[in-house]
Design a protein around this ligand. Structure first.
Ligand SMILES: [Fe+2]
Ligand SMILES: [Fe+2]
Length: 218
């Protein structure tokens, strides 16, 4: 179903996140100059993408798997693979799985995803959870990867998120078409997710300060 408007205006997401733009950009600009930390961050994105694809799989197990949802699942699984590959390229070694050693803010990232999924599902109900959880995740993915891509273009690294971003954009449009008609709900859920993202990002920032302090102490 087509809705008038667009997911950015209707969710208010960019307004809620205006104050985070500059700090997130500054964080990423520094991050891409530090290969060990950058690799761990890429591995965290790989984990989150993997959780996204797994979530789609589980949410559709008892329903009807359409071609669209199967394609969505396959693309999120490929994003998990893409970020894992890039993480290993940057680290110049293999990074198996997602553990404390090789993944930035592993527990906060797990909590971010788990709470968002549970919180949104509770509000919208299990039947509508796939569309709503995906819509809110796609807003965050497009927002964060957009800033990250700007940073990467300015960096000497040969890493581009362009085609991945195009897929996330497409997912966002599809999920908005599925359930974006309820603007009030969209704004409320986007605000809820922004609160969870703030916690995750604070944990990432704290990890950096902590490792910088350890480096000074060493
Ligand atoms: Fe993705
Ligand atoms: Fe996506």
């Amino acid at each position: 179903m087509k809705h008038s408007g667009d997911p950015w205006t209707d969710s208010g997401m960019k307004d809620f996140n205006k104050r985070h733009e500059a700090p997130v950009r500054a964080f990423l600009t520094r991050l891409v100059t530090e290969p060990a930390r950058h690799a761990k961050f890429l591995n965290m994105l790989s984990m989150l993408e993997h959780m996204g694809s797994r979530k789609i799989m589980l949410s559709q197990m008892n329903g009807v798997f359409t071609e669209d949802s199967l394609k969505h699942l396959a693309e999120e699984a490929r994003h998990a693979y893409f970020f894992k590959r890039q993480a290993e390229r940057v680290a110049k070694t293999s990074l198996d799985g997602w553990d404390e050693e090789n993944t930035s803010a592993r527990v906060p990232a797990l909590m971010y995803f788990g709470r968002m999924d549970a919180g949104i599902s509770k509000i919208v109900g299990d039947a509508a959870a796939y569309g709503w959880v995906s819509l809110i995740i796609e807003l965050r993915a497009c927002w964060l990867y957009g800033i990250y891509q700007d940073v990467l273009v300015e960096s000497p690294l040969s890493l581009s998120l362009k085609s991945l971003l195009a897929e996330e954009d497409m997912h966002l449009a599809e999920m908005f078409a599925m359930c974006g008609g309820d603007h009030e709900r969209l704004r409320a859920l986007s605000r809820y997710e922004t609160g969870l993202f703030e916690k995750l990002w604070a944990a990432l920032e704290a990890e950096v300060h902590c490792s910088a302090d350890n480096a000074k102490a060493a």
